[in-house]
Design a binder for this molecule. Sequence first.
Ligand code: NDP
Length: 452
Amino acid sequence: MTFDYDLFVIGGGSGGVRAARIASGEYGAKVGLAEESRMGGTCVIRGCVPKKLMVFASAYPEAIAEAREYGWDVTAGGFDWTHFRTRLETELDRLEGAYRNTLKSAGVIIHDERAVIVDAHRVRLASGAEFTTKHILVATGGWPFVPDFPGRELAITSNEMFHLPVLPKRALVVGGGYIASEFACILKGLGVEVSQYYRGAQILRGFDDEARGHVANAMRQSGVDLHCGTDVMRLEKTAPGIRAVATDGTEREFDMVLYATGRRPNTAGLGLEALGLTLGRNGEIPVDKFSQTAVPSVFAVGDVTGRVNLTPVAIREGHAFADTVFGAKPTAFDHTLVASAIFTQPEMGSVGLSEEAAKEQEPIEVYSTAFRPMRTLFAGKQDRVLMKLIVSQSSRKVLGCHIVAPEAGEMIQLAAIAIGMGATKEDFDRTCAVHPTMAEELVTMRKPVRTA
Ligand code: NDP
């Protein structure tokens, strides 16, 4: 049987674009790709990229205050949100264009509309056009989830954060994960009064306890009004803003309420159930290690599979899929030891096991140090950075590394190479320090602070 396409990709985000580009550009497959929104997906359009640019914008007041301590005669004026937003939009347009060009030059045919699956070898576009295809790749990503409660329509999500007409004076951020904690810090840095409500005992659940405690303390010190063990019961519209009635008995007014309470796979109405696929509890598509679903011609990569919801992971899954199906190189992306960074202020970089998870697995040594780094110490600040290694007592391998520090994301990327190669504590010790840096502490911690 001949098909219109060898591969039809639904979703033009990180995973879908990589898969389409490799399948077409490297392996000569005839590839179509449908995207109902803007090319680039969550990462480029409403996630990592605009978020990181906001992180940069929000760090200037601190940098200027520090510069004064270093002798510079500078004062921060006001922050012009409209100016920043306009620049941001221009940059996102540029990036979207770059994504399109990459696809076009790889020979991918782009359809700027929604596509749904009709059967195992057929897709239908919103315009009604139908195509047959040998393989289908679902790479539709995720979407913010807001729980059901009275007044939920008054809350916004991270999707809207980049389009705010004006910055609020008082903001409430609900949630304790990546997005909530990052935006609480961004808004604080931009001069907004920020409160954050998190239902659990400590933010950033799942990360190393000591490291997330360190981040939470630093956020509080910088002025984020963080309330753990607190959730919103209802939101009410008031003349000046939004009243949040919380489980701790408080009723407070805000100008904006941001819900960052997780994301759900974007699978509704795609035609997956009609194919006979049973979706997971949150709507995720179950796949095997080659990203293949129970329907052999249908594959899925990225957040829609609910494995590890990070852009570089989606890219690697998309690439592995193209290598497997079109390059005759069966490749399964290994999801263990994926490093990540949370762009709170200070940042947290993390790879491998937390102390809590590691000690469940085997006897460990913990190396940890918290100290005032040179740059901010000179400026008279109390900020501390945290460097932490978890080491296996038997194999001596470093099982986990956790860093809370400015630029921790940059540091953890490099630590992840060594740890991925199976470096032992003695390998770290043998490495000569780079002085004076913060990261040198990773190779100079001689004695464990505890064993477990
Ligand atoms: P997370 O899963 O990280 O956090 C969701 C938060 O919302 C948790 O604190 C959770 O609490 C809380 N929550 C969930 N449901 C409710 C509810 N019904 N009521 C109140 N609170 C609730 O999701 P995010 O939205 O922050 O981020 C989504 C994904 O995006 C992340 O998993 C991450 O993979 C990715 N991401 C990565 C970034 C990076 O690499 N820097 C940046 C941003 C996003 P509890 O802990 O109790 O479950």
